[in-house]
Design a protein around this ligand. Structure first.
Ligand code: ZN
Length: 412
């Protein structure tokens, strides 16, 4: 901390004081307000706080928070302090605040909002950038995510001392990362194809087969990967096979874990050291948590957009475990719920489905169209009361998830 210029030191301490007040007032973890104030005093705060550290940036439409947590856990194998924005405050203020809270940490793993990636690369000069996936978030359209990928491409092209760890199975990610001087490709899979039928390079139709994807026109094709997710195993860059056996459920999290192992390996942490640390991660900011409620096990899942809902359906407990779907449309969720129509709900047939949230009726209309039987309920406790068995899975979008966490208590 002492090596910071005076103005930056002042900005950091003002920011952390504001964060403490905000926490005491019960307004979240205080990292955003603290960072905002700090940046007002010293606009270069993020750059100054990042100087001299090994920075890892994690971005993508889905899985940012979980992957940030997994990379942070994996770097624990190095035995040094790791700064991180664990609560998803992923714009400049949240990043500055995370670094300010851990002034002496030599490593930092920072979840970064997709739109801010180029600016954050410029400010923090990261050693590693992790690119997970790119798809529509609520009302984004294909053209907008292509523009995002193009901005990433330009920023990465200029980042010559940075390694990009990227998912080779997502064509937009592959296109954005291909411009970077150094890339470690990971075969992480892609469950959601709806936003990548077209070649990002020339716009022609992409062909897919068991080997991946390729463009018949310009020849742009899936790069071959050095790290491969294969079922529940990972094949590392030396060709060694490891069973993942994570506590976190689902293929998407397995893919996130492989990304984390690739980052850890770059910094010199072996897979046999890093993997046990990944297995210890049980929940991420309340997600995947099991809560006991009126004698039933309630499990919380968060999904914010069509690709996220599809991935969440994969990790539901086996049928006939019931599921509660909760949808709001406040600012952070996106006000327009038409994205609900992009998801195929027929996989839910065969289990009791409960629906709630401020926009539960929008979802009800959508389920009607897919002929999926459901019951409208007033909230999580109403659903719990109607469950016959021991378990209930809850799948909610952002503010609906936060409301349910509040209902179930701060232990979540
Ligand atoms: Zn092409």
């Amino acid at each position: 901390m002492s090596k910071l210029p005076l103005r930056a030191r002042l900005a950091t301490s003002l920011g952390s004081a504001a964060g403490r007040v905000s926490r005491l007032a019960g307004r979240g973890d205080g990292s955003v307000i603290g960072g905002v104030l700090g940046l007002r005093v010293e606009p270069e705060l993020l750059r100054l706080l990042a100087t001299g550290r090994q920075i890892v940036l994690v971005t993508g439409t889905n899985g940012k928070t979980t992957t940030t947590r997994l990379v942070t856990a994996a770097l624990g194998a190095l035995g040094q302090e790791v700064a991180t924005n664990a609560f998803g405050a992923n714009m400049e203020a949240g990043l500055a605040s995370a670094l300010g809270r851990s002034p002496d940490a030599p490593y930092a793993v920072l979840e970064t909002d997709e739109r801010y990636l180029p600016a954050v690369i410029e400010a923090t000069r990261p050693r590693v950038v992790v690119l997970l996936n790119l798809s529509r978030d609520q009302m984004d359209r294909a053209a907008e995510i292509w523009l995002t990928a193009r901005r990433w491409r330009r920023a990465l092209e200029a980042a010559d001392d940075c390694l990009v760890v990227a998912n080779a199975d997502d064509p937009l990610i592959a296109w954005a990362a291909a411009a970077a001087p150094r890339v470690t490709w990971v075969a992480g899979g892609q469950r959601w194809h709806e936003d990548s039928w077209c070649c990002p390079e020339c716009g022609s139709h992409l062909r897919r087969d068991e080997l991946g994807w390729r463009c018949g026109e310009c020849g742009f094709a899936r790069p071959s990967a050095r790290w491969v997710l294969d079922g529940d195993s990972v094949i590392d860059e030396a060709g060694q096979v490891w069973e993942l056996a994570l506590t976190l459920p689902g293929r998407a999290n397995a893919s996130n874990a492989v990304m984390a192992l690739a980052v850890a390996a770059y910094f010199g942490a072996d897979t046999d050291q890093a993997l046990p640390l990944l297995r210890e991660v049980r929940s991420v900011a309340g997600r995947y948590t099991l809560v006991e409620r009126q004698g039933r096990q309630v499990r919380l899942l968060l999904a914010k957009n069509p690709a996220g809902w599809l991935e969440a359906f994969d990790v539901l407990a086996p049928k006939p475990c019931p599921v509660l779907l909760a949808v709001n449309a406040q600012g952070p969720d996106g006000r327009d719920t038409s994205w609900l129509w992009d998801v195929d709900y027929r996989v839910l047939t065969g289990r009791p489905v409960f629906v709630t949230g401020e926009r539960g009726t929008d979802l009800a209309v959508r389920l009607e169209a897919d002929q999926v039987p459901f019951e409208l309920v007033t909230g999580v406790d109403d659903a719990v009361a109607r469950v016959l068995g021991r378990e209930l899975d809850v799948l909610a979008n952002y503010t609906a998830f936060q409301q349910i966490r509040t209902t179930l208590g701060r232990a979540v």
